[in-house]
Unconditional design. Structure first.
Length: 526
């Protein structure tokens, strides 16, 4: 048995060590790349809409460090990437003009793509994000050069279809250079005004970029400037687009050269008005934008004025409708006239008071039921017209109606005073108008007595069943206690028998040992 345990432990140890070697090697493997290649890889991930997957490092499904690892390999997570960096510095002091730098903050990494912008895989709710390095969300602490990436020092570097010229490890901006007899101008982003005729002076890392797994870095292009601008683009051309959209009335934001959501929305509105493809991308259709025939945005006043008028008419109609309705709580001469008409039709059995109380609600409902209307108790326009018309149906059975309504008569005009009495004939209900209803009170007392007797009879029928239920519940509880006691008793018996058997076996062993000792002693003596 001991040998089997030892052998099992050795096998498990070998499996553990082999798995560590295999997976550890996998997390440190990967092809190296270039800074420009990594930056294009990250931008491509954003435009293709890669998903954020915790622990992911394959194209299309990555986490923050997996985005970098999927391109160039190296260290798998943020802190090791920072610790093995070939150079680093504080973001608050400025970021060098280098494509593909790593960005770090506690628990998160991203990729610097130049011009103050970065790409990072942020989380399940965001996926891939592309925004300013100094945005409110990020709060980056360090920039660093990845150990698995080579960065240029001097010469030409191609990035996203444009050419940049590096000197002393950074690409130059807002200046000009004469290289091999040709003068090149470089804008604020570092883009060259011309495509270099000879890129042999470009850094050695540029050739590595052609071998990277980023397909976009392999595309050859003879264009010196972008041909389209979209959400995320910046620069002078974006300012020009914003200015023109402002002139046409589509854009009301700041002309800051940042192609953001507001600019995209305005450009889409222009494309729709001009009958162009609505994609929010400013490409060749800018010719229409800058032309004299470009359509202006429709005026807001023209589209909203009719809606305001309709609202006013609806509001006026609602007020008129409300003025033609009478309901519980109202008190005026119109209510008194309604009560008078209901009295003529033998629905209302008291003098009109002008107060719309519970009694009036009930009589209105009775009138509505008798005349085929919905019994709401509210005198709406339809009920009002029918009530005062020649087609109004009178109460078909006024004597029974009066009997049914008498119980609510007293509440019609306000608080009721109920004197103590022992005789139904002495019960008098007095309201604010000093009206007395002796006969009505007698009927109320009789009805109340009948209801009380019925309730008491029902209660007496319920009591035995409740008592029976209580007895049954008590019996069930005692049965449960007995069952639990039997189970515990059985368990106790099992343990007692087990202990007795164990003790018997122990005594047997002791007796056998004693006999063996005695036999040995006898043999020694003899």
């Amino acid at each position: 048995m001991q040998r089997i345990k030892k052998l099992t432990a050795i096998i498990l140890s070998i499996l553990t060590l082999s798995s560590v070697c295999v997976f550890g090697g996998a997390f440190s493997a990967g092809a190296s790349g270039t800074g420009a290649g990594l930056a294009e890889w990250a931008l491509n991930a954003y435009y293709e809409g890669w998903s954020y997957v915790y622990g992911g490092s394959t194209p299309g499904a990555v986490d923050c460090s997996g985005l970098i690892y999927s391109y160039c390999g190296g260290e798998r997570c943020g802190d090791p990437q920072l610790n093995t960096a070939t150079a680093r510095g504080s973001v608050s002091s400025g970021i060098p003009n280098v494509h593909g730098l790593g960005l770090w903050r506690p628990g998160h990494v991203g990729v610097y793509v130049g011009n103050g912008m970065e790409v990072d895989a942020r989380g399940d709710a965001y996926d891939m994000c592309y925004e300013s390095v100094y945005g409110a969300y990020n709060g980056w602490t360090y920039w660093f050069k990845l150990a698995a990436v080579s960065y240029p020092t001097n010469g030409w570097e191609k990035f996203s279809g444009d050419y940049y010229y590096y000197e002393n490890g950074e690409y130059i901006t807002n200046t000009s250079r004469t290289i091999d007899g040709t003068t090149y101008y470089f804008d604020s982003k570092g883009r060259s005004s011309k495509t270099p005729s000879d890129t042999s002076s470009s850094s050695s890392s540029n050739s590595s970029s052609n071998n990277s797994s980023n397909n976009s870095s392999n595309n050859s292009s003879s264009q010196s400037k972008p041909t389209s601008w979209r959400n995320g683009s910046t620069g002078e051309e974006v300012k020009k687009i914003q200015n023109r959209l402002t002139e046409l009335g589509y854009y009301t934001g700041a002309v800051d050269g940042n192609f953001g959501d507001a600019t995209e929305k305005a450009y889409r509105a222009f494309q729709e008005a001009a009958g162009l493809t609505v994609d929010g991308i400013a490409g060749s259709d800018r010719d229409v934008l800058y032309s004299d025939d470009a359509p202006y945005a429709p005026k807001v006043e023209e589209t909203t004025a009719p809606a305001d008028e309709e609202k006013d008419e609806e509001k006026k109609s609602e007020e008129e409708t409300k003025s033609n309705e009478y309901k519980s709580g109202d008190e005026n001469d119109d209510v008194k006239a309604i009560q008078g008409k209901l009295a003529q039709l033998k629905y209302f059995d008291i003098d009109p008071t002008g107060y719309y109380g519970d009694y009036t609600v009930q009589t209105v409902m009775n009138f509505q039921l008798a005349n085929g209307l919905e019994a709401t108790g509210v005198v709406d326009e339809e009920t009002y017209k029918l009530l005062f018309s020649a087609d109004a149906v009178s109460n078909p059975n006024p004597s029974e109606e009066t009997q049914a309504q008498s119980a609510t008569t007293a509440v019609e005009s306000g608080p009721v005073q109920m004197p103590f009495t022992t005789s139904p004939t002495e019960l008098i209900i007095t309201n604010e108008q000093n009206q007395t209803y002796t006969d009505t009170a007698t009927d109320v007392v009789k009805k109340t007595n009948k209801v009380t007797k019925k309730a008491l009879s029902n209660a007496s029928a319920v009591i035995p069943s409740a008592a029976t239920a209580q007895v049954k519940r008590t019996a069930n509880i005692w049965l449960w206690f007995v069952l639990v006691a039997v189970i515990f008793g059985a368990l106790a018996a099992v343990f007692m028998l087990r202990d007795r058997k164990s003790n018997r076996y122990t005594r047997y062993c002791a007796k056998k040992k004693k006999h063996a000792n005695f036999k040995s002693e006898v043999n020694t003596r003899w």
